[in-house]
Design a protein. Structure first.
Length: 272
């Protein structure tokens, strides 16, 4: 175990060395596990030559934006909020399979403009090695625009990022994985503010009830809830189950279902 820990610290040193070689950077910061770890490493590597940029939109929950603001304030990191309204991007609301590409292209172009105005040399994003195994059209936009991906460059997995985050006392080390709310829609189903709000409110309710890693997928007027299988027994307790049913009905869902496979990333990609 000591040898593994030693190798992991070496990898972390490699990450900081790589970032330091970039001179000054802007980090696309969502307050998630990966981007927080990346921002922390960038701050250690470059000090004040680091900025964070967070996108504010209807597909990004207010709780995540508030966490991003607080972290940067606590760490003394320059932080810019950029408006990125995906629904105004041509074709986005129709939810095509390349939806993520359309969004990332628009967002990173805006972040590059901010970097240029502030004389920052590179833009960084937080995808890790595990992201190579799923359908990720957003990474095409990253490659096209020349955005740097240090965690993939050095070869960090999500498990390693969490382990080091814990050792470094980064508060997101055990935070649930998150993706933008638009990823809760089946491809081809229209994305709009009303349904995005329904998903957001449903997920917030489940978080408030103490569930950890979860998704509320929306299929027309039905909510398909993904939880970790070990949390199924608690969900099925009469009091909890009826609370979810009643509140989801108030939110606007007609049908509420629990996915028997449980939480998994990219479940909407299973139809591709």
């Amino acid at each position: 175990m000591e040898e593994i820990d030693s190798e992991l610290w070496k990898k972390y040193d490699q990450l900081k060395e790589y970032i330091a070689s970039l001179d000054s950077v802007v980090v696309a910061f969502s307050s998630g596990v990966d981007s927080t770890f990346l921002l922390y490493a960038a701050r250690e590597a470059l000090g004040n030559q680091v900025m964070a940029v967070t996108a504010s939109s209807c597909s990004f929950p207010a709780r995540e934006l508030n966490e991003a603001k607080k972290y940067c304030q606590d760490m003394g990191i320059r932080h810019v909020i950029v408006e990125s309204e995906e629904l105004k991007i041509e074709g986005f609301s129709k939810n095509p399979p390349n939806r993520c590409y359309l969004c990332k292209r628009e967002l990173f172009e805006k972040i590059q403009e901010i970097a240029k105005k502030n004389s920052m040399k590179e833009v960084l994003e937080g995808s890790n090695l595990d992201d190579n195994g799923d359908y990720r059209p957003g990474l095409i936009a990253v490659a096209e625009l020349g955005i740097k991906s240090p965690l993939r460059q050095v070869g960090f997995t999500k498990k390693e990022i969490r382990a080091l985050s814990k050792e470094l006392q980064i508060p997101t080390w055990e935070k649930q994985s998150f993706a933008c709310l638009s990823s809760r829609f089946p491809y081809g189903e229209e994305i709009n503010e009303t349904k995005l709000s329904m998903v957001d409110r449903g997920e917030q309710l489940l978080l408030d009830l103490g569930f950890h890693q979860l998704r509320v997928r929306i299929h027309g007027n039905m909510a398909r809830i993904e939880l970790m299988p070990e949390e199924f027994p608690r969900f099925m307790e009469e009091k909890v189950r009826m609370k979810v049913y009643e509140e989801f009905k108030k939110i606007g869902f007609t049908y509420i279902a629990l996915d028997i496979l449980g939480y998994r990333t990219g479940s909407m990609n299973e139809t591709l």
